[in-house]
Write a protein that binds this ligand. Structure first.
Ligand code: HEM
Length: 412
């Protein structure tokens, strides 16, 4: 136990900078003392693998709708200022924040365009982009920032190419993505200016994509954006706002999380030289290694659900109208589920980690994230024999997404 340890899991504890640097001692303590917290403002915090899994698989839990929104939902905004809002001034939600049957309808439509085949076809391009970024970083004799020079550009280029966004616009893309990712954190804990800048980023993004959508409608290509514009299912199509909300989701989900897989994964290997050496010697372990790194320091640390009906989880009654904060990062280090959970083992037998969630909202981009993770971490470990830390890494402020702001390393 460390001095940072809070005796019970609270939202505030998650924002403590010491917790952010290493949340795992807190998680371990909470699992032992209060695996499900006493509710504060109708919010329960869940830390155990079995309880988080149960909630994610249980359709009595979903997302709050309309007035039920509670403290975790963005406040209505002045609808005159924004276009990507509904008639009540609530931001139009992507299917990540919807319940069946709306969720099922949209997810089905998007899945028809964003297919495993489309992702597999990307392999040579991802390998090429990875090689180019590494060539440039390896040409530098001194330290490089692995986030800026490798982990961050790779997924942006991949998602931009997938959507066929012009090369010149990719920097704006990255800016929007960062601002929107921050807004994933619980709304009432975010400073007003962060929320506002995220809303503005959404608008700019929507304006930009409205034009691109019109162009692709007139002149379709073989990219994901054209496929989403054209997708239909028994006469059903995506409305313009549904399409825009989906594109925003794909941008944040596709960029900010994969950066963290590469960044957190590299840092974990640097802290475990024996595991790094083993992966170098046994490159065929890369698939297992990526799963283990997803488990060991998960890019998405938590998610929320709302009790649509009275429920019971792990012996705890969770009344309708409560919120459940599911600590995925803790569940992935639960000793009841994983043998020796704090050990990094790149050869670990496949585990039932929750890094991509579970149930109806299971990550739609998991095949792409895995592919990028395998190619990026595989190439980095094989091609950078001198890979070592050359300074103190720093963490981003986000709470939902756990990732490094900087990772100074020497590669040669
Ligand atoms: C390492 C990288 C990634 C991680 C750790 C990750 C994690 C997650 C998690 C935990 C969820 C479920 C959230 C919840 O249930 O509340 C989710 C959903 C989702 N992810 Fe990912 N993700 C990653 C990469 C991607 C990529 C590359 C894409 C697409 C380009 C993507 C697209 C989505 C979408 C569309 C959903 C919503 C699914 C639904 O609501 O039905 N993700 N992701």
């Amino acid at each position: 136990m460390t001095e940072t340890m809070a005796s019970a899991p609270t939202l505030q504890a998650l924002f403590d900078p010491k917790h952010r640097a290493d949340p795992y001692p807190d998680y371990r303590g909470w699992q032992l003392t209060a695996p499900i917290s006493e509710p504060v403002d109708r919010l329960f915090v869940l830390t155990k693998h079995k309880d988080c899994t149960a909630v994610l698989r249980d359709l009595r839990f979903g997302h709050a709708e309309g007035d039920e929104a509670g403290p975790l939902r963005a406040k209505p905004v002045d609808a005159k200022e924004y276009t990507l809002v509904d008639e009540n001034g609530n931001p139009v939600r992507s299917f990540l924040g919807l319940n069946p049957p709306d969720h099922s309808r949209l997810r089905k439509l998007v899945s028809k365009a964003f297919t495993p085949r489309m992702i597999t076809q990307l392999t040579p391009r991802i390998e090429q982009i990875t090689a180019e970024l590494l060539d440039a970083a390896l040409a530098v004799a001194g330290p490089v920032d692995l986030i800026r020079d490798f982990a961050s550009p790779l997924p942006v280029v991949v998602i931009s190419e997938l959507l066929d966004v012009p090369l010149a616009d990719r920097e704006r893309f990255e800016g929007w993505s960062h601002q929107l990712a921050r807004a994933l954190d619980p709304d009432f804990l975010l400073p007003a200016e962060v929320r506002e800048s995220a809303m503005r980023a959404r608008e700019e993004f929507a304006d930009y994509f409205r034009e691109l959508v019109a162009l692709r409608r007139a002149n379709p290509g073989d990219d994901l954006l054209s496929a989403l514009v054209a997708v239909h299912d028994q006469g059903d199509v995506l409305t313009e706002n549904e399409l825009l909300a989906t594109l925003i989701l794909l941008l944040i989900a596709g960029h900010e999380t994969t950066v963290n897989l590469i960044g957190n994964g590299t840092l974990a290997l640097l802290h475990h030289p024996d595991q790094l050496a083993r992966l170098r010697d046994e490159p065929e372990l890369i698939d297992r290694a990526v799963e283990e790194l997803l488990r060991y320091d998960s890019p998405v640390q938590l998610t929320f659900r709302y009790a649509l009906e009275d429920a019971e989880v792990g012996g705890q009654a969770i009344p309708r109208g409560s919120f459940a904060l599911l600590l995925i990062g803790a569940a992935n280090r639960d000793a009841e589920e994983h043998t020796d959970p704090d050990a990094l083992d790149v050869g670990r037998e496949p585990s039932r980690h929750l890094a991509f969630g579970q149930g109806v909202h299971f990550c739609l981009g998991a095949p792409l994230a895995r592919l990028e993770g395998r190619i990026a971490l595989g190439a980095l470990t094989q091609r950078a024999p001198g890979l070592r830390l050359s300074g103190e890494p720093t963490w981003k402020d986000n709470v939902v997404l756990r990732g490094l702001a900087t990772l100074p390393v020497t590669l040669r």
